[in-house]
Design a binder for this molecule. Sequence first.
Ligand code: NAD
Length: 390
Amino acid sequence: MIVGVPKESFPGERRVALVPSVIPNLAKAGMEVVVEKGAGVEAGYPDAAYAEKGAKILPDRAAVFATAEIVVQVLCYGSNDKTGKADVPLMRRDQVLIGFLRPLGTREVVQEVAGTGVMSFSVEMMPRTTRAQSMDALSSMATACGYKAVLIAGDVLPRFLPMLTTAAGTITPARVLVIGAGVAGLQAIATARRLGAVVSGYDLRPAVKEQVHSLGARFVELPIEAAGAQDARGYATAQDETFYARQRELLGRVVAESDVVITTAVVPGKKAPTLVTADMVRAMAPGSVIVDLAAERGGNCELTRAEEKIVTGGVTIIGWINLASTVPYHASQLYARNLTAFLVHLVKEGKVQLNLQDEIVRETLLTRGGEVVNARVREFFSLPALAPQS
Ligand code: NAD
């Protein structure tokens, strides 16, 4: 089985799907690796490091697609809406494609991927179970984003983050509020705590209160309760506009008192809820910073502009996307380990074992034989259900 690693083509993307250190593990499971020339350079992994671990370096992208039975990418067409389409003619029937495919993005794009006949697996659809934990790329990337969000905020903030006692007097610590305490939010809380800030966390899922406390942060309790806050998979559920309006009203004071606000609140398949309004921004002190990790999904702050940094009334609002790509060495390492765990699970005795009884395989399988076969995705796009597959 030949696994191919093309260079990421999304503009500015610095990650790579596999790093040299996972190659021996793949070899043990009967997989050879081919890598496009220079694929890992931006992440800090030169071609020679891959070759040393036994990978073959190929001159271009087309050669990787032509040689590989399994193509692994970070941003496949679907999540790469800028340059991903160029891969479509390179894909062939029954070739396996694994990566971020944005399965709940656009129906036309998902169907276009299906139309190539590839057997694609979307890492976003990985079940959030203990068994699949080592394959959970969403968590790995969210970890990188949460960490980096704090560093970016600290860089822009005109204040120190920690309390400092100096001969020139005492500096009070910065107050950091993290809205949405999932994987990215909890990492942001932990990072801000390590840097000495006074940190508060808020989430509509009351289940996370204990985790916020265990990181040494305060949990912001609002006197409202979300209806069925969490679905069976552990994700937040969408609430009605009355709930969001009340949330904004109650969060207003906490936001106004914060020097840094990091927002991460998203609901799968929906636009991110607006939790910080323009009025709330106006009430913040000049010099305050908002880092909106939900920018790509519409943003949690009303004023966020995706991919941009804006300053309004002295408050900086950062809507940069793809922050994981700015920590490419470790983000790639984590992602490569997630992919390796998945590949070792999927490929047995040199063949892809398409066991649809296995929820890891069933839930991540997006397209096969020219069709979108994922039941959740078909339902989301109102496509008629397919007969059960084997
Ligand atoms: P996510 O990226 O979907 O959302 C980020 C956070 O925003 C979530 O905590 C969510 O509750 C919160 N949120 C959504 N709407 C909100 C609102 N209106 N106000 C405030 N907060 C709001 O979440 P995620 O980081 O992917 O994690 C989702 C869940 O999956 C969590 O419970 C996490 O612990 C769990 N998880 C489990 C595993 C595992 O068991 N292997 C792995 C990873 C994550």
